[in-house]
Design a protein around this ligand. Structure first.
Ligand code: FAD
Length: 415
């Protein structure tokens, strides 16, 4: 079997790159290891309007949300509400299916139940990809360009030695068909006991239930154990126990900047390239946007007959020029946040509750570019500056692609 472009993985990044390349007239084959596109769902499904624009559809929206409440480890909450929707809770499987259908309408072929195992390069520069079907049968597919859109564990990245390991945050989520809580607001739970390394979340599902989960730094305690602690926390918050979970999700979130996302005849997009927002773990918008850039660069490279790493490296440069600065600042902030004790986090929440802070958060909050808001909050709040003296200076001086050092010993001593 042959294809001009072979895309591994039918998630949002793979379907977007396939759609754009098929529209540009290329012969594209997408292979997906699971029997059905979109399943199993491995996501909380909270996205910005940018994702709906990239998908050119709102059909998968379950409910808009207008705000958030962020809880300290001691359950002090600071709540924000904007007049306009700030994010959308979506049917995540519905998004993947809609994107795949759109790509198929543009001419991309899809084969499900086919797992990519590895690839070798032929003398003419094309790839021979080795795959295994659901019945155990082995297949070889030839392609001029190989796109790894195969998520956090990316077999393509491993096969091509394109990605150094990044930090992978274990995540655990459950869906509850009924839950108390404000259906118009998401909730974020901070604290080393609840979710060291990222946070816990409660997200209304638009039908009276909620998606509840945690993502944490890898360590001796499992994400599931932290999830159980979050449930105890939620019992205190709601005064009732959440029961009857209908679905569980176990996965990982890649955090960090990988050195290269393009090689000879190959590109990585989405989670496979760790194109994930470091402060939230969200990767749908960033993965889809980078997939668009990947398709533009691939189209020009295919037309020029030059699929060298040098030519395809333009993709690497372009997506970093667009998102690299935000990723670098967010990575830096994340490293600063990781150093905070639960007492420090109480002080952060108290500072966010301070005069004028809510207004700033409502005016400048953007789930895709949170570092812009962080900069403003630092400028506005002397108590935040006291908590993060070094962060402020580093953020002021940071440039695209540069992640300032945290200097652990001195920053803790400064408190
Ligand atoms: C618990 C959790 C909650 C999240 N919540 C959000 C959120 O609210 N908002 C947000 O923006 N992001 C969220 N994310 C992140 C988001 O899910 C990912 O960033 C996004 O799915 C990445 O899209 P992708 O297309 O790169 O990869 P994926 O969606 O992971 O798709 C990769 C596809 O490749 C397939 N595949 C893998 N290996 C192979 C192989 N060897 N051969 C063939 N096919 C293969 C997989 O089956 C899969 O279908 C969350 C992640 C987790 C774990």
């Amino acid at each position: 079997m042959e294809a001009e472009v072979l895309v591994i993985g039918a998630g949002p990044a793979g379907a977007t790159v396939a759609d754009r390349l098929a529209r540009a007239g290329h012969d594209v084959l997408v292979v997906e290891e699971h029997p059905r596109v979109g399943y199993p769902v491995q996501c909380a499904g909270l996205v910005s309007a940018r994702v709906l624009e990239l998908a050119q559809s709102r059909a998968m929206v379950r409910t808009p949300v207008h705000g958030a409440t962020v809880f300290s480890p001691g359950l002090r909450g600071v709540a924000f509400r904007a007049p306009d929707p700030r994010a959308y809770v979506i049917d995540r499987a519905g998004l993947d299916i809609a994107l795949a259908e759109r790509a198929a309408r543009a001419g991309a072929r899809f084969e499900t139940g086919l797992r990519f195992d590895g690839a070798s390069r032929r003398a003419d520069g094309s790839f021979a990809a080795r795959l295994t079907a659901a019945d155990g049968g082995e297949r070889t597919i030839s392609a001029r360009l190989l796109v790894g859109a195969d998520g956090v564990t990316s077999a393509v990245a491993r096969a091509l030695r394109l990605r150094r390991p990044v930090e992978i945050l274990p995540a655990f989520e459950a869906e509850f068909p009924r839950s108390p809580g404000d259906p118009d607001r998401v909730e974020v739970y901070l604290g080393r006991r609840i979710a060291p390394g990222l946070f816990g979340w409660w997200i209304p599902d638009g039908a009276g239930g909620a998606r509840v989960g945690v993502a944490v730094s890898a360590g001796p305690v499992s994400a599931r154990a932290y999830f159980e602690r979050l449930l105890v926390h939620l019992e205190r918050r709601f005064g009732t126990v959440l029961t009857g979970a209908t679905a569980y999700l176990v996965s990982g979130i890649p955090i960090g900047l990988v050195p290269r996302t393009a090689g000879d005849g190959a590109l990585l997009v989405g989670d496979a390239a760790a194109q994930v927002k470091p402060l939230s773990g969200g990767g749908i918008f960033t993965g889809m946007r980078c997939a668009e850039i990947a398709a533009e660069v691939a189209h020009a490279a295919l037309a020029a007959g030059d699929l060298s790493a040098r030519r395809l490296g333009e993709y690497d440069e372009r997506w970093r020029a667009e998102l690299g600065d935000e990723f670098s600042r967010a990575l830096y902030l994340r490293r600063v946040l990781l150093r905070l004790s639960d007492d420090d986090l109480e002080r952060v929440i108290a500072a966010l509750d301070g005069a004028g802070m809510r207004e700033t958060i409502v005016a400048f909050g953007d789930i895709d570019f949170p570092s812009h808001l962080a900069r403003r909050l630092f400028r506005q709040s002397p108590s935040l500056v006291r908590l993060f003296p070094k962060a402020l200076g580093a953020l002021r001086s940071s440039r695209a692609g540069r992640v300032p050092d945290v200097e652990p010993a001195r920053s803790r001593a400064a408190k």
